[in-house]
Ligand binder design. Structure first.
Ligand SMILES: [Zn+2]
Length: 81
């Protein structure tokens, strides 16, 4: 069973932390609400979900894979590296 990552649609959740992972069968309906706090959640599309990447992705790895790497400088502003 793949592990899906979910996050709150709006705001934070005091119970699940606003983000959680859940192992679900592929043919199961997508989860729309947090099983803990019943707030609305959405699935996070994450390459790290299946298979689980144990090693954190480095900036150079990300660049090699064609990602634009952004680093947070100030509140809400990003600088292209
Ligand atoms: Zn929650």
């Amino acid at each position: 069973m793949p592990i899906y990552e979910y996050e709150r649609v709006e705001g934070d959740c005091k119970i699940c932390g606003g983000r959680f992972e859940l192992r679900r069968p592929v043919d199961r309906e997508p989860l729309t609400h947090c099983p803990l706090c019943r707030q609305e959640v959405r699935k996070v599309i994450s390459l790290a979900s299946t298979p689980r990447i144990l090693k954190p992705v480095s900036i150079s790895d990300a660049k090699k894979a064609g990602f634009t790497v952004l680093e947070r400088r100030d509140r809400g502003t990003y600088e292209k590296l």
